[in-house]
Write a protein that binds this ligand. Structure first.
Ligand SMILES: Nc1nc2c(c(=O)[nH]1)N[C@H]1C(S)=C(S)[C@@H](COP(=O)(O)O)O[C@H]1N2
Ligand SMILES: [Mo]
Length: 313
C-alpha cells in the first residue's frame, strides 16, 4: 500500500496549497459557530464547508493537458446506448432530454419530483478540470461544467438517518435502446456515502468544454467523482434517494468480485482479471502510472482512514 501522510504529521500550511489551506481554516471557524447543529446532523457540517466561497471558485483544477474534445465525446461508456466505445455517440443522437425531472426520495425532509432546469437555476455553474479514469485502464482530462453535488443535496434537507445517497439513470428501452438487452440489470444504479457525496470534488455535471453536455456523455445531468473509477460517474440521472443502508450499484450487482461499492482508483488493488497499476491517457502513446485516488489523495484519503481498502475496494 502507498502510505499517505496523515494531516497531523506536518504543519498543514506546508502540505496544502494555499487556497485549500485557507478554506480549511474558514471551515473550522464556520464549524465553531454551528457546532450544535453539526452534532445532530452530519449533513450540516458538510453543507457548512460548501458554503465557503473559496472552495466553490474552481480551486480544484489540474495543471494537465486537456483531452481533445473530439476524443472525450466519441470514445464513451454508456451501455444504455450500446457496449462499444463508438456506440453512445452514434446511438444517442436523437435522445431528447426536454422536460427532464429528478425524483428525490428517502431520508429527507423535501422529497418530490423536481424539474431539472428549476433545480439548477440557483447555482453558479463552474468549470472544474478533472481526470476521469476508467477501470479498463484509460483516462481523460476533461473541463467539466458543474455544481458541487453537496450544494444540490443540501436543499433536500437529508435527515440524520441518511447515510448514503443512491442514484439511478432513466429507464426507457425505447429512448435508450441498449436497455433492450440485459447486459446490466437496468436501470443503471450508483451510490456514495454522505462524506463522498458532500465532498467538494464531487460534482453534478451539466456541461463540458464550455458547452452543454452531449448526450453520449450523460445529458442532461451526470455525476463526476474524480477519485473513483469511471463507472461511479452515473449518467442521465432521474432519481436520487437518501438511504440508511448501503445502496446497490449496477456493476457490483453484475460482478461483485470485480466491482465493489467504493471503487476508489487504487493502483495497489488489482482487478481480479488485470492490473490497475498503469493507464493510457487518451491521446498519448505510452502508458503512465496510475495514481492513488486518481491523484486526489491529498483531498480524499482522509475519508478512508478507517477502511481496509483491499477489502473495501
Ligand atoms: N447510466 C450510465 N452511466 C455510466 C455508464 C453507463 O453505462 N450508464 N458508464 C460508466 C463508465 S464505465 C464510465 S468509464 C463513464 C464514462 O464517461 P464518459 O463517456 O463521459 O467518459 O460513465 C459511467 N457512467
Ligand atoms: Mo468505465
Amino acid at each position: 500500500m502507498i502510505r499517505i501522510k496523515k494531516r497531523w504529521e506536518i504543519p498543514e500550511s506546508e502540505v496544502t496549497p494555499e487556497p485549500l489551506y485557507r478554506r480549511r481554516r474558514e471551515f473550522m471557524q464556520a464549524a465553531g459557530t454551528i457546532g450544535g447543529a453539526m452534532l445532530l446532523n452530519p449533513w450540516a457540517a458538510a453543507q457548512a464547508a460548501l458554503q465557503i466561497d473559496d472552495y466553490q471558485r474552481g480551486v480544484v483544477t489540474l495543471d494537465e493537458e486537456l483531452t481533445e474534445e473530439a476524443d472525450a465525446t466519441s470514445y464513451n461508456n454508456f451501455y444504455e446506448f450500446g457496449t462499444d466505445k463508438e456506440d453512445p455517440k452514434r446511438n444517442s443522437k436523437r435522445f431528447k432530454t426536454d422536460d427532464w425531472t429528478i425524483e428525490v426520495s428517502g431520508e429527507c425532509a423535501k422529497p418530490g419530483t423536481y424539474d431539472f432546469e428549476a433545480l439548477m437555476k440557483p447555482f453558479p455553474i463552474e468549470e472544474r478540470i478533472y481526470r476521469l479514469r476508467c477501470v479498463e485502464a484509460w483516462s481523460m482530462v476533461i473541463p467539466w461544467l458543474g455544481v458541487p453535488l453537496g450544494s444540490i443535496l443540501a436543499g433536500f434537507k437529508p435527515t440524520s438517518k441518511a447515510k448514503y445517497v443512491a442514484f439511478r439513470t432513466l429507464y426507457d428501452p425505447v429512448r435508450m435502446p441498449g436497455q433492450q438487452r440485459s447486459v446490466l440489470n437496468w436501470p443503471y444504479r450508483e451510490g456514495l456515502t454522505i462524506a463522498e457525496a458532500m465532498h467538494p470534488l464531487t460534482i453534478m455535471s451539466v456541461g463540458m468544454y464550455g458547452k452543454t453536455i452531449p448526450n453520449q456523455n450523460g445529458a442532461p445531468i451526470r455525476l463526476v467523482v474524480p477519485w473513483k473509477y469511471g463507472f461511479k460517474s452515473i449518467k442521465s440521472i432521474v432519481g436520487i434517494e437518501f438511504t440508511e443502508t448501503q445502496p446497490q450499484t449496477s456493476w457490483n450487482m453484475a460482478a461483485p468480485s470485480e466491482y465493489g461499492f467504493y471503487s476508489n482508483v487504487n493502483p495497489e488493488v488489482d482487478h481480479p482479471r488485470w492490473s490497475q497499476k498503469r493507464e493510457r491517457r487518451i491521446g498519448e502513446i505510452f502508458k503512465r502510472d496510475t495514481l492513488m485516488f486518481n491523484g486526489y489523495a491529498e483531498e480524499v484519503a482522509e475519508l478512508y482512514d478507517d477502511l481496509d481498502l483491499t477489502v473495501n475496494f
